[in-house]
Design a protein around this ligand. Structure first.
Ligand code: IPE
Ligand code: IPE
Ligand code: MG
Length: 267
């Protein structure tokens, strides 16, 4: 049994590590309020936390880390707060991309990029290109992202292909739909973590999280340390994933087998 990096405070075989962990980074505003500071103070600390979590995910051999940084609905927040969050994202990318490169991290963004400023779009493209030849963790940032909007975009793209005669309506399958989502080519999340005590999905990876395990913690995002991350993995490791089968069946089918049944390729 090969074990994961020594920094995990409990024994876990490498094969049991989730391939894709997705995080709803929530609670920045409440964290700041508890400290008597404005909400944006919480966003600043939240951005600092990202560095530690990304590095840890790479060290543990996780393949994909998706971070929900800004939702479609978050555009409705006060304009000043939106401005600060966008600025922080730009600042993070500018400041961190050399370090991400050093850590062999690849970079991807999901969401409606048409709403980004031209400067942010350029920065995202440059960062993606700069890290494209790396082979380690895929850092996938959900920005201006909403699961319903993503499924709507995919549906339109498929309908256009049907209209052009490129595919038959009858051939539309779950695999084809998955290939038209922003996450095309990525494995589905095995584990979705939400900080801040809320037990909801808030329009995140609605299609992809069909069989994800959910971990909800009251810890606010700026306090979500690598230790808290390890606790989430330990909890994940204690779960029995059944994918609709009986317990006995599920124990004889590996997660990789299940992915093949679902038309996904293990990465
Ligand atoms: C998460 O923290 C960050 C974003 C949604 C951009 P919040 O800003 O939602 O913090 P709370 O939930 O109000 O505490
Ligand atoms: C979800 O958090 C979105 C992000 C973390 C980016 P919200 O704070 O926007 O979600 P709700 O409003 O509590 O559902
Ligand atoms: Mg929130």
């Amino acid at each position: 049994m090969s074990s994961t990096g020594s920094s995990l405070p409990f024994p876990m075989p490498r094969e049991a590590m989730p391939r894709h962990v997705a995080m709803i980074m929530d609670g920045n505003g409440r964290w700041a309020k508890l400290k008597g500071r404005p909400r944006v103070f919480g966003h600043r600390y939240g951005a600092e936390r990202v560095r530690e979590i990304v590095e840890q995910a790479g060290q543990w051999g996780i393949s994909v880390l998706t971070l929900y940084a800004f939702s479609d609905e978050n555009w409705g927040r006060p304009i000043d707060e939106v401005g600060v969050i966008m600025h922080l994202i730009e600042h993070y990318l500018r400041k961190e991309r050399q370090e991400l490169n050093r850590q062999n991290v690849r970079f991807r963004v999901i969401g409606d990029s048409s709403r980004f400023s031209p400067a942010l779009r350029k920065l995202i493209d440059e960062t993606r290109e700069m890290l494209a030849d790396n082979t380690g963790l895929i850092l996938n940032v959900a920005l201006s992202y909403g699961g319903r909007a993503e499924i709507t975009r995919a549906t339109k793209a498929i309908a256009e292909k049907v209209a052009r005669g490129e595919i038959l309506a009858d051939d539309i399958s779950q695999k084809i739909i998955a290939e038209h989502l922003d996450t095309a080519g990525l494995p589905d999340p095995d584990l979705v973590i939400r900080t801040s005590g809320e037990s909801r999905i808030s329009n995140f990876l609605l299609w992809q999280a069909a069989y994800a395990e959910f971990y909800f913690t009251p810890v606010l995002w700026p306090d979500f340390s690598r230790h808290e991350f390890a606790k989430a993995l330990e909890d994940f490791y204690s779960r029995e994933r059944r994918f609709g089968l009986t317990g006995a069946q599920a124990r004889s089918v590996t997660a990789a087998d299940f992915l093949v049944v679902q038309g996904q390729t293990p990465c």
